[in-house]
Design a protein around this ligand. Structure first.
Ligand SMILES: [Fe+2]
Length: 195
C-alpha cells in the first residue's frame, strides 16, 4: 500500500499519509490520480496474461484516459542496466504524455514537485498512479531495484523525457526513504498521519 510524504523546499520531512483514501485525496488535489487494484493471478506471467487478468481494471482506466499502448518495465536486483537507467530516472523531468504506472510487484518511489517542495509517493504492488503531462517528477528504486510495472501511454512518444535540470539531491533516495520510514514506524508503532 502506498505511502505519501510531503517534503518542504529544504528537503525536510513533513506530513506522512498511510491511509489510501488520504493518499488519493492529497494527490487528487494536485491533479494526480492514484488507486490500488486487487492483485490477481497472472497465468504464465506474460504481458498478455497480465493484460487479460487485469482487463476490467485496465478497461476502467481506458474509459477515463485515452490509452493506446501498454507495455511493461521489469527491473530486478543486479540488473546491469540499472545504474544508467537510475541516473535518468533520478533526474527531474516532464513528459508530453501522462505517466501511468501499475505496480505488479516490488516498489518504487516517485517524487512530484509541488508549489512548496515535493511529494514522495512510495508505490507498492497493487498501486497505480497517473502523473499528468507536464508535471515535474522523478523516480528511484534504490541500489537494489525490484519492481515490475505496467506502463500505459496515450501517445507513441510518451516515454520521452524533458529534463528540468532542477537540483533534487537534498531529497532522500529510495533506500534512505525506506530506512527513515522504518525508523518512524518502529519509534511510534505506526507512522503519524496528519490530515
Ligand atoms: Fe517520468
Amino acid at each position: 500500500m502506498a505511502v505519501l510524504v510531503r517534503f518542504d523546499a529544504k528537503g525536510s520531512w513533513g506530513k506522512v499519509l498511510l491511509d489510501a483514501q488520504a493518499v488519493g485525496d492529497a494527490l487528487r488535489s494536485l491533479g494526480l490520480s492514484y488507486g490500488s487494484w486487487p492483485r490477481r493471478a497472472v497465468g504464465d506471467g506474460s504481458l498478455d496474461a497480465v493484460l487479460a487478468a487485469y482487463g476490467p481494471e485496465l478497461d476502467g482506466l481506458k474509459s477515463q484516459l485515452s490509452i493506446r499502448h501498454v507495455d511493461r518495465v521489469t527491473v530486478k536486483p543486479g540488473n546491469p542496466d540499472w545504474p544508467l537507467l537510475r541516473q535518468r530516472f533520478l533526474a527531474e523531468h516532464t513528459h508530453a504524455d501522462a505517466e501511468i504506472r501499475y505496480f505488479l510487484s516490488g516498489s518504487g518511489l516517485f517524487y512530484i514537485r509541488c508549489s512548496d517542495g515535493h511529494l514522495a509517493l512510495l508505490c507498492e504492488a497493487g498501486d497505480w498512479i497517473v502523473v499528468p503531462a507536464g508535471m515535474p517528477h522523478f523516480f528511484d528504486a534504490g541500489e537494489h531495484p525490484d519492481f515490475d510495472a505496467l506502463r500505459l501511454f496515450s501517445i507513441p512518444q510518451g516515454w520521452e523525457a524533458d529534463f528540468t535540470g532542477s537540483q533534487t539531491s537534498r531529497l532522500p533516495t529510495f533506500d534512505e526513504f525506506r530506512v527513515r520510514l522504518h525508523e518512524l514506524r518502529a519509534a511510534e508503532g505506526a507512522v503519524p498521519s496528519t490530515p
